[in-house]
Every structure is written in C-alpha cells, then in structure tokens.
Design a protein around this ligand. Structure first.
Ligand code: ADP
Ligand code: ARG
Length: 345
C-alpha cells in the first residue's frame, strides 16, 4: 500500500495526523488478529468526508498503531499520553433535576455506552463464528436481567422489514448500510449475529454487534436525566457480572472507534430550540462552551427537523460517566435559558 493522497478539502483527523513518516513507520505492522494499518485507515481513505476516519480491529491496535491513534485521541478527547481513564458511575453524585418539568423543550433523553467482550477481536476483525459467539454470550447475560430491565431479544435475521423500519424510525434500532462501517468490514455477514434486546417499555435496550458488540442504552420520554442514568448504571453493572468487557487501564472501555473510548458514553436529549436555531452562531457558542455535539433527529450524519436537535456530550475519555452527563445537563440548562431569551427578543 502506498501513502494515500488526500484532497485539499479533506478535514478528517486521519488526514491531519497521518504524515508520510508515521505511515512508513506503521505500514508493515500488524496485530495478533492480523489487523493492519491499511485496515485502520480504510474507512477514512474511502470516505473523504469522514470526521475521524480510523477504526481499531482489537485492543492491540491502539498500541501497535499508537503513533496515529494517540494523536487522534489527544485531539478528540483532549487526553494526553500521560492521562489515565477515570470512572464514576455513581448516580447519587449526579445533580440533574429535570431542567424542563413542563416538557416544553426536551422531548426525550437517551444515554448509551459502547462495550465489547473481553478477549475478543473488535467488530472490524471478528469472524462470523466469533460474532455469533458474542451474540450468544450477550443474549445469555441480558436474559438474566429482572424487574423493569427484563425483556426479549429480537435477532435482525428474520425480523420483518416493516418492524425493522418502525424500530429505526422510533429511534430504538440502529440503521443499516452505514458506509463508514461498511468500509472497515463492520457490516460483514449482515444481518447474522445482529439484533436488539429491549424491555417491555423500550426504556432499556441493548444493540448487539453493530459498531460495537454492545450498545447498552437507557432512554425515556421527557427530561428526567437522573432516572435515565440510574437505570443505565444498574444495567451495565449486572451485564458486566456475566460478560466481562474489553478494558484498558489507560483508555478505559475499548471501542472500535477512538471517539468512543473511555466511558464510551453518549448522553443526549432530543430538544426543541426553534428560536435559537435562527441564530446558529449563538447556538454553537454555547455548545462549544459545554463541549457538546449537535446531531440531527435520526442520529449521526442526519439532519435536524423543525428546530429539534440531538444534543450530547462530545468527549468520552478523560472524564467520568458522572462528568459526561453533568456536562451535557449543564449545557442543556444553558441552551434552554438562551432559547427562552431569544423567544422574548
Ligand atoms: P449512537 O447514539 O449509538 O452514537 P446515533 O447517533 O446513530 O448512534 O443514534 C442512534 C439512535 O438513537 C438514533 O435513532 C437517534 O435518533 C436516537 N437518539 C439519540 N438520542 C436520542 C434521544 N435523546 N431521544 C431519542 N432518541 C435518541
Ligand atoms: N468514521 C466516521 C467518521 O470518521 C464516524 C466517526 C465517529 N462516529 C462513530 N459512530 N464512531 O466520520
């Protein structure tokens, strides 16, 4: 493989940090699962509009290709080589009374973490048989959950297209055919091994074998961030007792995309900010100040509709779970107050 030529217009962290020197230093290296630099960068090379552009095939990828990954991690998470992952999933330490008890702004709240199974390659380097093994292990673990977490597993294989589309439209299920994931092999053997577990009310869900082997999700209508977080903390602890997670002392929970390392947590609200949306400079000033990310109504790479946005913490490594949610919460409080002020102008 030769050094890839990126067009001038490329703004991904891959183009920013893959110098010719680093490329030459890493181009012949591989991990024990035979994951190579060509595979690490394939998605970003094929998708020039990537924001990041790299994926790991296993935990070892983060060490073998560290000269590239470490720079991307430092830039995305403000996490240097001497920093160490920290965790605090104690919901009693979160201070998040509902910022919108009348339900005028916040439509729904969702908090997810990404997790992968210890001693398994990540999705980009996994075999079909291993992926099925992961599915069986995760399903066995979630089937043990009781009370309001109890539910059923619905494999994608055999799910009707109508039900699948409905679950996607209602924000419960992952989409199909993501080109960033396809490029790195994350959609291989689709839909085998993929599926979704959820409780009766669809307030607790687990995605199986999408970008990560698990996306553990707590969500509900309205702005009760505290209850959403408590449910997630409780569920994650119980699942981990049956399926040990892939973990690194320095980088926290290991995920296939470096943006998800550490807490692997994305805490979001769907929120209506129609007035603030008329003044995107002010909107972005607030989201930058609180390190929040703005996504569209159907998640990443989607558009917003009717002044409704998906607002979440951007950083996931170098902060604890409580800090990730608290930062999102504080930012949402500021956004609501700016929305009220712009409505009165
Ligand atoms: P992820 O959150 O796993 O990084 P996406 O950004 O694609 O992935 O979002 C996955 C799904 O979750 C999408 O359907 C998105 O609309 C939905 N979602 C995200 N935040 C919320 C929320 N606060 N309320 C309801 N649905 C949400
Ligand atoms: N690889 C994609 C890009 O670089 C997504 C990056 C972050 N999102 C994610 N789902 N991992 O734009």
């Amino acid at each position: 493989m030769n050094y890839p030529k990126f067009p001038e217009s490329c703004t991904s962290l891959l183009c920013k940090f893959l110098s010719e020197d680093i490329f030459n230093q890493l181009k012949d290296k591989k991990t024990a699962n035979n994951f190579t630099l060509a595979q690490v960068i394939k998605s970003g090379v094929e998708n020039i509009d990537s924001g990041i552009g790299v994926y790991a095939g296993d935990k070892e990828s983060y060490a073998v290709f560290a000269p590239l990954f470490d720079q991307i991690i430092a830039e995305y998470h403000s996490f240097t080589q001497v920093d160490v992952h920290k965790s605090n999933f104690n919901s009693a330490e979160l201070n998040a009374p509902n910022p919108d008890p009348e339900g005028k702004y916040i439509i729904s709240t969702r908090i997810r973490v990404g997790r992968n199974v210890a001693d398994m390659p990540l999705g980009p380097a996994i075999s079909n048989a291993q992926r099925n093994q992961v599915e069986s292990a995760v399903v066995a673990a979630v089937n043990l959950l009781e009370g309001d977490l109890a539910g059923s597993y619905y494999p994608l294989l055999g799910m009707s297209k109508v039900i699948q589309a409905q679950l996607i439209r209602d924000h419960f299920l992952f989409k199909e055919g993501d080109r960033f994931l396809a490029a790195v092999g994350l959609n291989a053997d689709w839909p085998a091994g993929r599926g979704i577990f959820h409780n009766k009310d669809k307030t607790f869900l687990v995605w199986v074998n999408e970008e990560d082997q698990m996306r553990i999700i707590s969500m509900q209508m309205g702005g009760d961030i505290q209850t959403t977080f408590t449910r997630l903390a409780n569920a994650v602890k119980q699942i981990e007792a049956t399926v040990p997670f892939l973990y690194s002392q320095r980088l926290g929970y290991i995920t296939s995309c470096p943006t998800n390392l550490g807490t692997a947590m994305r805490a979001s609200v769907h929120i209506a900010l129609p007035n603030l949306a008329q003044d995107m400079d002010r909107f972005k000033m607030i989201t930058d100040q609180y390190r929040l990310q703005i996504r569209g109504l159907h998640g990443e790479h989607s558009e917003s509709k009717g002044g409704v946005y998906d607002i979440s913490n951007r950083r996931r490594l170098g902060i604890t779970e409580v800090e990730a949610v608290q930062g999102m919460y504080d930012g949402v409080v500021a956004l609501i107050s700016a929305e009220k002020a712009s409505a009165n102008r």
